[in-house]
Design a protein. Structure first.
Length: 210
């Protein structure tokens, strides 16, 4: 069983994916971490995340420890992530890892939840459940701002909003694997609590699998 959760920045994908994985006892892969880790490696090495050679080298060097790093949530890394993510060769390197994870979830789990931008459209087009989680930009920026502050990171709301809007625009308009809903069930979480969203999706999945 594969559950694909896509959507723009800070829409609530991660929270929902985590709750679904816990509830169904499935493996969880936050694919944004892969792109963030590649972006982080490039920035750390003093490279240019928009340059194919720099980004590809970082993608090829990526190891599992770097994906778990706590340093992936700065706005600089988010911006670098979306730049490396627009490079087709980088996406290609990360594709096999994501598909293997979905096909053979670690820990012998019966299913996998993957969240990202192109899971339902490119990585796992045959996913059993496809969700597209969205919310108004101001709401998403407010949530991300709060999240960053709670992590003890410096954050200014206008800068967060601008960064999210610029990144969404880049993710939507890139040529390879652009962010789009495709045939997924689209849920706007702007005026819903995480509990409400989770319950809606849980019922939807249970209805479809019984
Ligand atoms: O946490 P947030 O929603 O802000 O972003 P993320 O999911 O960690 O993804 C960071 C960046 O990686 C995105 O802006 C995309 O450019 C890229 N990404 C992608 O292209 N494809 C994915 N499947 C996941 C992330």
């Amino acid at each position: 069983m594969i559950i694909a959760v896509d959507g723009p920045a800070a829409a609530g994908k991660g929270t929902l994916a985590k709750r679904l994985a816990t509830h169904f006892d499935f493996a969880l892969l936050d694919t944004g971490r892969l792109y963030r880790a590649v972006g982080h490696l490039v920035v750390d090495a003093g490279g240019n995340p928009a340059k194919k050679d720099d980004a590809l080298r970082a993608a090829q060097l990526l190891n599992p420890g770097q994906i778990k790093s706590d340093d992936l949530y700065t706005e600089i890394v988010a911006d670098a992530a979306s730049q490396v993510a627009a490079i087709p060769a980088v996406r290609q390197v990360l594709l096999d890892f994501q598909r293997d994870f979905a096909r053979t979830p670690p820990g012998g789990k019966a299913g996998a939840v993957l969240d990202g931008r192109d899971i339902g459209t490119v990585v796992c087009p045959n996913a059993n459940i496809k969700l597209f989680i969205t919310a108004r930009p101001e709401i998403r920026a407010k949530r991300r701002h709060k999240e960053l502050q709670e992590k003890g990171l410096e954050s200014k709301y206008p800068a967060v909003l601008a960064e999210i809007e610029a990144r969404d625009e880049r993710d939507r308009t890139r040529e390879v694997s652009p962010l789009k809903a495709g045939d997924a069930w689209k849920i706007d979480t702007s005026d819903k609590t995480p509990d409400t969203v989770f319950e809606m999706v849980r019922t939807y999945i249970e209805d479809r699998s019984s």
